[in-house]
Design a protein around this ligand. Structure first.
Ligand code: UT7
Length: 329
């Protein structure tokens, strides 16, 4: 009997309508379009401004799109995993809220927090439930409302992040297409460089933590930049080697969208042609767990059955990794 693989059989994406451009940011903090463009490659990002709307609402839009595209009914979903660092509430988790809002009465769900690697970690986890034969329809969402945790007076972070969500449906396949392999890594010693200082059990919210702006993203960019390039390149190489492949075998590199200079460095170090590298950072900035599925959503029409995609990401934690998938449609 052929091995059961977890195939992506549908992709969805959602970005809010409101655009925050570099020109807008020039009026908010001491920065320039020129600095942002040359240092990050970002021209604009999307912001979820509608009052009362949260990460789950973006996830709901993605799930409904996937269901409409694939003809799968909400009641058929077995499991939904939501990767996010901006859950609607600390608990319960956002996955359960999404399931309730889409009417997925027969499913269970949970969140995964691996920052910018969240979608990669969730996709790998979800694939195992399919490969084991346990479930038939698993939805993986990467969604973040970063505007909820960004300090718009801090020019070192507010120019980077945006809001957005994407997701995929995983179903069993026996034709060799699907998730082939993944290598995931964590190094907790990197947590000092990218984190939120307060709001957890270590430092619960107080009037002082709010006054000190400790409920926002903190990032020391340079060490993160270096570790991101090294981490993504090394895990891509390891996955290739383990599967007796070279870079030439890859049809698409799908890198986390944190900084165009990081994407270019990774592409150059792997010696992969630019036309094989998915990029949407100029439009959406860094949407954290949203970047990889938003890339798949945007490039879906260019993908062919059997194409080999290498997804790679790096994020807070530190967390990072790479995943090889053969496109199924
Ligand atoms: O997605 C999760 C993983 N995250 C990442 O992968 C992000 C990795 N890091 C980065 O992308 C980059 O480090 C940043 C985009 C965050 C920063 O770029 P950089 O080239 O590392 O700049 P820097 O932090 O070394 O700052 C250079 C200068 C500083 O001024 P001085 O000290 O040289 O006078 C900053 O104060 O640029 C200044 N600066 C700015 N200037 C204008 C920092 N932010 C801005 C700004 N506008 N927005």
């Amino acid at each position: 009997m052929a091995k059961i693989l977890a195939a992506i059989t549908g992709v969805g994406g959602y970005v809010p309508e409101d655009i925050l451009s570099n020109a807008d940011l020039e009026k908010m903090v001491d920065t320039t379009d020129e600095w942002i463009t040359t240092r990050t490659g970002i021209k604009e990002r999307r912001i979820l401004k509608t009052p009362g709307k949260a990460t789950s609402d973006m996830g709901v839009a993605v799930v409904n799109q996937i269901l409409a595209k694939t003809g799968v009914k909400a009641e058929e979903i077995d499991l939904l995993i939501c990767a996010t660092v901006t859950p609607d509430t600390t608990f319960p988790d956002t996955a359960n809220t999404i399931l309730d809002k889409v009417g997925a009465k027969n499913a269970f769900g949970y969140d995964i927090n691996a920052a910018c690697s969240g979608f990669l970690f969730a996709l790998t986890t979800g694939a195992k439930f399919i490969e084991s034969g346990m479930y038939k329809k698993v939805i993986i969402i990467g969604a973040d409302k970063m505007s909820a945790i960004v300090d718009y007076t801090d020019r070192t972070t507010c120019i980077i992040f945006g809001d957005g969500a994407g997701g995929v449906l995983l179903e069993p396949s026996e034709d060799g297409n699907g998730v082939i392999d993944a290598i995931l890594k964590s190094d907790g010693s990197g947590r000092e460089f990218l984190h939120m200082k307060a709001g957890g059990s270590l430092k619960p919210a107080t009037a002082e933590t709010v006054a000190n702006k400790e409920h926002f993203v903190f990032q020391d960019g340079k060490p993160v930049f270096k570790a991101a390039v090294t981490g993504m390149v090394s895990t891509v190489k390891q996955v290739l080697e383990r599967n007796n492949m070279t870079v030439d075998d890859i049809d698409w590199l799908v890198p986390h969208q944190a900084n165009m200079r990081i994407i270019n460095s990774v592409g150059d170090m792997l010696d992969i042609p630019k036309e094989k590298v998915m990029v949407n950072i100029h439009k959406y900035g860094n949407t954290t767990a949203g970047t990889l599925p938003l890339c798949l959503w945007e490039y879906e029409s260019q993908l062919k059955k059997g194409d080999k995609l290498m997804l790679t990401a790096f994020g807070g934690g530190f967390t990072w990794g790479s995943l090889l998938i053969k496109w199924a449609y």
